[in-house]
Ligand binder design. Structure first.
Ligand SMILES: *[C@@H]1O[C@H](CO)[C@@H](O)[C@H](O)[C@H]1NC(C)=O
Ligand SMILES: *[C@@H]1O[C@H](CO)[C@@H](O)[C@H](O)[C@H]1NC(C)=O
Length: 302
């Protein structure tokens, strides 16, 4: 009788604990290679300038804070444009209610090609109390504004709390592929399948915090609430290594892999698949509500 009771208790404990630990502490396996350690950091002032909202930007000991309040957000931009490279920064996000707020790190040439620009985004979509941030990755090719906007969004949850400390977020852009990385773990690869589906014109590097209440959080259901202002994004450990637009054509694209042939290693591919299996929450190619006629890279996938 006592023994039976103990078995029951044991079963109960297992039933409760297993789902909890499964849900929380699953960290990705090691990628085996750490590009963020390979490229040197630069100071904000060495490579960037304020672009807008200068009164909402503060540099303290090489850490940059930008913030959004009722009056304005803020953004910065690299001094040089690039043709390819590894672009990274460590970011710490605001805690609490941040719905409607976007904290971003991205490549773009929108200022020189308005209406038909290229863009590669890492955007943190703010959230409501108790819900995790969403990291949205996106690629635009020659599109914006003219009602012909075609985003190529893939969204993720993270395996850590991005408000508790700095984590390194990076975009790798070579003539063959774009790879998004979080703490050196490749989370998404966007290969060049054709000239029409790949950004090829020089882009600048940007960061910003702004109010995107109309769509950012659960498709606009939750808006920015300025009772919680200011919303602060902290950036440090800036990296931009590659071929600037002014470099000779012989400039060789950098690599983020131990593999001499250039592509990701088998281990890096494995970790990327692992992250997509456990943390990917949206994939534009799998969205049944979308018309895929203009995204041919989706046609071959299931
Ligand atoms: C190197 O890359 C190639 C092509 O992407 C791949 O087939 C090969 O398995 C990789 N080698 C290692 C050691 O990961
Ligand atoms: C999808 O988009 C293409 C190109 O814009 C258009 O010709 C086609 O009619 C659309 N299909 C549907 C089902 O809306």
């Amino acid at each position: 009788m006592v023994r039976q009771f103990c078995y029951m208790l044991l079963c109960l404990v297992i039933m409760i604990i297993v789902p909890i630990t499964n849900g929380i502490s699953s960290r990705p396996p090691s990628p085996g290679y750490f590009p963020s350690k390979k490229f040197r950091s630069m100071r904000f002032s060495q490579g960037f300038r304020n672009l807008w909202g200068p009164q909402h930007q503060n540099l303290n000991n090489h850490a940059l804070s930008i913030w959004l309040d009722r009056t304005s957000g803020s953004g910065f931009k690299s001094v040089r444009p690039f043709r390819s490279g590894y672009f990274g920064t460590s970011i710490k996000l605001q805690r609490g209610y941040t719905a409607g707020v976007i904290t971003s790190f991205y490549l773009s040439n929108s200022q020189v090609h308005p209406g038909h620009h290229d863009e590669v985004d890492m955007e943190f979509l703010g959230t409501t109390f108790g819900k995790p941030y969403v990291l949205q990755t996106n690629v635009y090719i020659r599109g914006s504004g003219d009602g012909n906007i075609i985003g190529r969004e893939m969204k993720f949850h993270l395996w850590f709390d991005p408000t508790k400390g700095f984590h390194h977020y990076a975009i790798f852009w070579s003539p063959k592929e774009i790879i998004f990385l979080v703490d050196d773990i490749p989370i998404r690869r966007y290969p060049r399948k054709s000239a029409a589906t790949f950004p090829q014109r020089p882009m600048w590097l940007y960061g910003s915090i702004w109010d995107a209440s109309s769509w950012a959080t659960e498709n606009g259901k939750y808006k920015a609430n300025y009772n919680y202002q200011p919303f602060v994004g902290q950036y440090t450990n800036f990296k931009a290594s590659g071929c600037s637009a002014y470099a000779p054509l012989s400039c060789h694209p950098v690599s983020i892999s131990p593999n001499r042939s250039g592509g990701l290693s088998r281990k890096q591919y494995y970790v990327m698949a692992w992250v997509q299996k456990h943390y990917k929450i949206y994939d534009y190619c799998k969205d049944r509500n979308r018309n895929h006629s203009l995204t041919p890279e989706c046609w071959l996938r299931g």
